[in-house]
Write a protein that binds this ligand. Sequence first.
Ligand code: JFZ
Length: 417
Amino acid sequence: MNSKSERTDWFLDARYGMFIHWGLYAIPARGEWVRSFEKISKDDYQGFFEEFNPTQYNPREWAKVAKAAGQKYVVLTTKHHDGFCLFDSKLTDYKATNTPAKRDLIEEYVSAFREEGLKVGFYYSIIDWYHEHYPAYGDRIHPMRENEKYKDKNIDFEKYLEYMHGQVKELLTNYGKIDIMWFDFSYDDMTGEKWKATELISMIRDIQPDILIDNRLGGNIKASKPEIYAGDFYSPEQIVPPEGILNENGEQIPWEACITLNDNWGYHAKDKNYKSPKQVIRTLVECVSKNGNLLLNVGPDAKGIIPEESLDILAEVGKWMKRNGDSIYGCKAAELTKPEWGRYTQNGNKLYAHVFDRGIGPIYFAGLRGKIKKARLLSDGSELKVQTPWMAEQYSDIEGGAFITLPGARLPDESDT
Ligand code: JFZ
C-alpha cells in the first residue's frame, strides 16, 4: 500500500478526529500564541518550563473521551510554535523530560490512544520561536510580521533545518507506526523547498510509507500535478469550505476542517465562548456532506485536564454518534442537490437525510420518486412511511419527488436525523 488513494482510505472513512493543543502555554492560560502576542521574553517564558508539571496528565482518559465522542483519530502538538517539545528529543534540552514532568509525554500519548483503537497523529510546528537559528528567535517572535528587522542577524537557517528534519525523524522512528504528520505552517516565502520539503517528505515516506501528511509544508495540493510535498489532504481552518475542496481538474480531494470548541486552540481560562453540541453535530454533518473530515480541538489545562465545557460537548456529540454514526463513518457527499430542510450524506445505496429544519408536514425528497425502497429513522431504526397517497395527489404537479413522514410534530431529537 502506498498510493495516495489507498493511504487516505481509512481517513475518509473516519471523518471525525480530536485535535489536542497542549504545551507550556497552558500555564499562562491565554492561548498558544501568548508568547508572541504578549511579547514575552525567552527568560520570562522559561518560568513556565521550570514549572511545567501536569500531575493529572492521563492520556488514557483523553483517549476514552475521544472514543466515547465517536472520534476515530487524534492529533497532538508534539511541538508548537514556542518550540517546547512534549517528546524526549536528543536534539534539544527544551523538552518535557527536563521539566518537573520528567517524562516523555508523547510516548504515553501514543500507547494510550492506540490502546483505544484510534489512529494517532503528530502535529509539529515548522515555525520555531525558540531555536536560535530560526529567523524569529528572541524578541522576533512574530514570524509573519517581524522578520524584516532581523535579516542581518547571524542566523544559519541550515542548522534549523537539520534540527527540524532530525526531530521529524525522531518522532517517526521512536514511537511505532504513526498515521498522520500534521505540519504547521508555511507563510510568505517560507514555504516548500525553504523547508527542504522534498527531502523531508522522502525521508518521511521511507520511515512511514503509509503516513498521511497535511498540506501546510506548502505547494499546491489543488494542482493537477501537485508537488511531492503538497500533502495528502487540504487543511481549512475555522471554516467549512462552502463547496468542499476541488482540485484544478474539478475533482474532490481529501480535506479536514480543524475547528476549535471555543475561540482558542491552547487552553484559555477566560474563553467561555463555546459552541453548542448541536452546532458541532451539524458542522460534522456539513463536512461529511461535502466530502470532508472534522478535526475538533480541545486544549487541556496546565494539569493535563480537558476543560469541563469541552468534555460536556464531546459527550453530547458522542451520544448522537452512537445512534447516528452510520450517517458519518464511511459516508460522503450525495449526488443530489442540498435539500431545503438539511443535508444529505451517503454510503453506497444508503442515503442519510439530516433534517435540521423540521417545518411541518412530511419531508420532500426531490428527484427520488419511486427510488426509495424503504425509509428508517436512523436513531432508533423505526419505519418511516414513504409518500402517503393523499400527499402524492396533492402535489401531483411536482415531478419526480417523494415524501417521507416523520413521526410526531417535532424532530425526534433536535439533532437527530
Ligand atoms: C496555526 C497555528 O498558528 C495555531 O496556533 C493553531 O495551531 C492552528 C491549528 O494552526 O494557525 C494558522 C495556520 C495557518 C493559517 C492560519 C492560522 N493560515 O494559513 O491562514
